[in-house]
Design a protein around this ligand. Structure first.
Ligand code: FES
Ligand SMILES: [Fe+2]
Length: 447
């Protein structure tokens, strides 16, 4: 699959430091190329490990026509299996989630283990080698309770992401969490416009009146906000020292005390994480700043700021001391983005006793829905034949510039590698599987 002509033309048209030309949001050929060159060749957030706690528990991740089953194996490891029978291609599973003891194809009853290996193919002329006809696998990794899959071939090593994300997430105990609620949205906007919206907070003061009460992301250039943020971070550092003698570089310490967004993406990195202070009066991201659930993980203190994680191309999250909110993007065509928001709380917390959805959801539900509306209006305006891409602000939209650069770099890297070979568009066969651990820190699933 070589780069389509429409992509080459749109690249020519693009002026550095300016918004992307219209074709990047509308053209089906560019979208198809992105799917193969970026989406199928990236670590994608699929779901939370909490969605598959026990052996046989599974959930789905769908990217275009590729339906991947993520299942907890007998010994606690995760497997990611392409949902396509090795006989004649039948979907072996039609459920989005559930529990399986093994996989049995409904067509002619070939059966597979939880790890995808072929167990039975009765009725065939000769007995088949299980290793040769196992379900195609995708690489999967569980980092601090977050599950990432690499849908296509040649998975890249996780590199520094494994250690950094697992360490940053460790005190939050997302691997000891449960899914309290999730909401799905179909946003009528190109996935890159959704990211552009996420990568700047210029729109926050007007667009997110609730969000800006709790965070210092907006108004980065006022001295008052600057000193307030650093004072909050200083308070937090002192509390940490008093509680456990931790220094400022320990996991759990605030490492981004400035207003404004942490710089991301940065070259060569698909992930980043940092912790920011919350505004005075807020110990969590709730509408009034008051706790909304029991503390999670190792936290005893309520006021631990907010841990933020982003991974391109499909994930961002905010985690406070008492809950975490995970946002997953999956494109569904050039003009549609499926968004799932998940709220995690401590596994032992009981709804309507320890937390209530009426308090847990509104902060991020409202903020997210405000964003989807902005994204849809943005996309609708880009659809106009009169649209011409305007300049970005280096002061306010530095991360949007960085995001567009990351995107163009990915396209260029794919072009340098010779495009996307037609014959490499299916997952690796079973005997060449690439499974990348279960937990970045321990190599095991925690109980
Ligand atoms: S297609 Fe699955 S057993 Fe025939
Ligand atoms: Fe926003």
């Amino acid at each position: 699959m070589s780069q389509p002509q429409s992509l080459r033309a749109a690249r020519e048209e693009h002026r550095p430091g300016h918004a992307l030309p219209r074709a990047f949001a509308l053209d089906p050929a560019i979208y198809a190329y992105e799917l193969e060159s970026i989406w199928r060749r990236s670590w994608l957030y699929a779901g939370a490990g909490a969605q598959a706690l026990d052996p046989g528990d599974f959930f789905s991740f769908q990217l275009g026509d590729d339906w991947i089953l993520i299942v907890r194996g007998e010994t606690g490891e995760l497997h990611a299996l392409h949902n396509s029978c090795r006989h004649r291609g039948m979907l072996i599973c039609s459920s989005q989630s559930g529990r399986a003891r093994r996989w049995v194809c409904p067509y002619h009853q070939w059966s597979y283990g939880l790890d995808g290996s072929l167990l039975g193919s009765g009725g065939m002329d000769d007995e088949l080698e299980g290793g040769d006809y196992g379900l195609h696998r995708a690489a999967v990794a569980e980092l601090g309770g977050l599950v990432f899959v690499w849908p296509g071939p040649d998975p890249e090593p996780l590199g520094g992401a494994a250690a950094q994300l697992a360490a940053a997430l460790a005190p939050h105990g997302l691997d000891r969490a449960k899914l309290a609620h999730q909401l799905d949205y179909e946003v009528a906007a190109n996935w890159k416009l959704v990211w552009e919206n996420n990568r700047e907070c210029w729109h926050c003061t007007v667009g997110h009146p609730q969000y800006v009460q709790a965070n210092f992301d907006a108004a980065p250039d006022t001295a008052r906000v600057r000193s307030l943020a650093s004072a909050r971070a200083e308070d937090h550092a002192c509390a940490l020292m008093a509680a456990g003698g931790q220094d400022r570089s320990a996991p759990g310490a605030i490492d981004h005390p400035e207003p404004g967004l942490f710089r991301f993406p940065t070259p060569g990195r698909w992930w980043s994480c940092n912790r920011t202070p919350l505004a005075p009066g807020f110990v969590t991201e709730s509408l009034d700043g008051a706790p909304v659930a029991p503390t999670m993980g190792d936290f005893r203190e309520r006021d631990v700021g907010t841990l933020r994680i982003r991974t391109v191309p499909n994930f961002w999250a905010h985690a406070s001391s008492d809950h975490a909110v995970l946002t997953r993007l999956v494109p569904a065509g050039p003009e549609r983005t499926l968004v799932r928001i998940q709220w995690l709380v401590d596994r032992d917390a009981v709804e309507d006793r320890d937390y209530a959805l009426e308090q847990l959801l509104p902060f991020w539900r409202r903020t997210s829905e405000q964003d989807w509306e902005l994204c849809e209006r943005n996309h609708a305006g880009v659809r106009s034949p009169a649209f011409t891409p305007g300049p970005y602000s280096r002061k306010r939209e530095y991360n949007v510039i960085a995001f567009v650069q990351w995107y163009l770099d990915r396209l260029d890297a794919s072009a340098r590698a010779g495009g996307v070979p037609e014959d490499r568009q299916v997952g690796e066969p079973f005997d060449r599987r690439a499974v990348v651990g279960v937990d970045g820190a321990t190599g095991k699933r925690r109980s």
